[in-house]
Each structure stands twice: as C-alpha cells, then as structure tokens.
Design a protein around this ligand. Structure first.
Ligand code: T46
Length: 137
C-alpha cells in the first residue's frame, strides 16, 4: 500500500459475481481524501500522449476502466513507468509529479478521482519550470 506521498498501486474494491464485476470507490476507500472531482478520458486519438504537466497540490487516483495505457511519472530526478490494464487496480499520483499518459489501446478509458476541483493555477505545464519547482519549491 503506498503512503500517498509516493506513487503506487492500490486495489480498487471489486465485487464479482456471475453477472460480472463492480468496482467501488467511496470517500475513504481505497484512498484517504475526499473526492472532489471525477473525470474520464476516452476516445483517445491513436498515438496521443496526454498529460505533460505536474500538479502542485492535487492528489489523484487513475484507473484503466477499459483497455490499457501507461502513466509515466517524473519527480524531477527519477522517472517510473506504470502500465495500467485492469479496473481492479488504481495508480496513486501524489502532487509534484510530471505525468504523461501514453500507449492507449483502442477504446481505452482512464477514470480519474481527484482531491480538488479543476484549478488551472495548480498546473505546471513547462517542464523546466517544473524541475526548478521540484528542486527548490
Ligand atoms: C491529469 C491527467 C491524468 C476541464 O475543464 N476540467 C477538468 O477537470 C479537466 C481535467 C480538464 N479540463 C479542460 C482543460 C483542457 O481545456 O479539459 C481540457 C483537456 O485537459 P488537459 O489537457 O489537462 O487533459 P490531460 O488529459 O492532458 O490531463 C488530464 C488532467 O488535466 C490532469 O490533471 O493529471 O488528465
């Protein structure tokens, strides 16, 4: 289980029966922050790379609800790649990570649970600015 200051995978509580599976995300499970916003990414253009920015404060959980894609996270020093291919597991993305989403398979969808409402001021969209921010705050 990640400590929510580092990226990591968490299980999404899932109820499976003969009719199929149902994943549940509630206020305190599987992550310890109130969900202020949910958005989803779908119909991704072939070869598209999404993201390419960091957040100063936003915490997120990203779930591949269909298909697969890879989230690459960069804290300004190290990069890690997180392939997501199941709705039963979510990726914790703490603040302070430059992220890209790539390698979407056709029909793939990302469901994102976020700790705050949309705020353009929380974004860092310039990589050099991000590295300076990550090193010096
Ligand atoms: C992230 C990755 C995983 C809104 O109006 N409200 C919203 O809540 C969001 C998320 C976006 N927008 C607008 C802003 C842009 O005009 O939707 C447009 C596309 O957003 P963006 O280019 O930021 O999309 P992605 O896929 O590059 O990034 C998004 C999130 O913005 C970001 O927080 O971590 O998904």
């Amino acid at each position: 289980m990640p400590n929510w200051t580092q990226p990591g995978l968490v299980d999404v509580p899932t109820i499976t029966d003969e009719l199929g599976s149902l994943g549940v995300v509630e206020g305190s499970a599987p992550f310890p922050f109130p969900i202020e916003r949910v958005y989803f990414i779908h119909s991704v253009a072939p070869g598209a790379v999404r993201g390419s920015h960091a957040h100063k404060a936003l915490r997120q959980l990203i779930v591949a609800v269909s298909g697969s894609f890879t989230v690459t996270l960069d804290d300004g020093r190290e990069t890690s790649a997180w392939p997501l291919d199941t709705p039963t597991v979510g990726l914790v993305v703490p603040p302070g990570y430059w992220r890209t989403l790539s390698e979407f398979t056709p029909g793939a969808s990302a469901l994102v649970f976020a700790s705050a409402r949309y705020d353009p001021a929380d974004y860092i969209r310039d990589y050099e600015e991000f590295v300076a921010w990550a090193r010096h705050g």
